[in-house]
Design a protein around this ligand. Sequence first.
Ligand code: IDP
Ligand code: MG
Length: 141
Amino acid sequence: MKSDTRTLAIIKPDAVGSGLAGKVLAVLEDAGLSLVAARVMTMSRAQAEAFYEIHSERPFFGDLVDFMTSGPCMPLALEGPDAVPLLRKVIGATDPAEAAPGTVRGLYAEDKSRNAVHGSDSNENAQRELAFFFGEADLLG
Ligand code: IDP
Ligand code: MG
């Protein structure tokens, strides 16, 4: 039996700015992921640089930080059966041209950069990323 685990999603500034936050959340919930905690915030450059530190040598890093700090985003702590791979499946491929139909990115992403949503890619990163946005008291539920 699959056990409930937790992961971190971010509804990115393109989706929040286009009024699509509720629609993105509905796709995540319909896939079997439940809300544990949520925030609405605009990331500082220091926060975005730290969050995406793993990509700091990539050519798109500056554009990624510009984008992620361009407006409000919504970090979400989500829970469900095998939450990390489940979230990755429902958000779809990084490039919406390759994202499966019905995935968040297939439905709502503009391009490979402005792609509507983030999802942790391993249990280890999920723990790090949950702790990046939420304190222990937020995650008691
Ligand atoms: P992921 O979000 O599907 O895990 P990553 O390869 O980890 O994809 O990249 C992190 C984020 O960086 C992407 O979601 C996207 O916003 C941005 N990104 C990735 N590749 C490119 C690119 O080639 N050009 C511009 N932005 C990119
Ligand atoms: Mg990634």
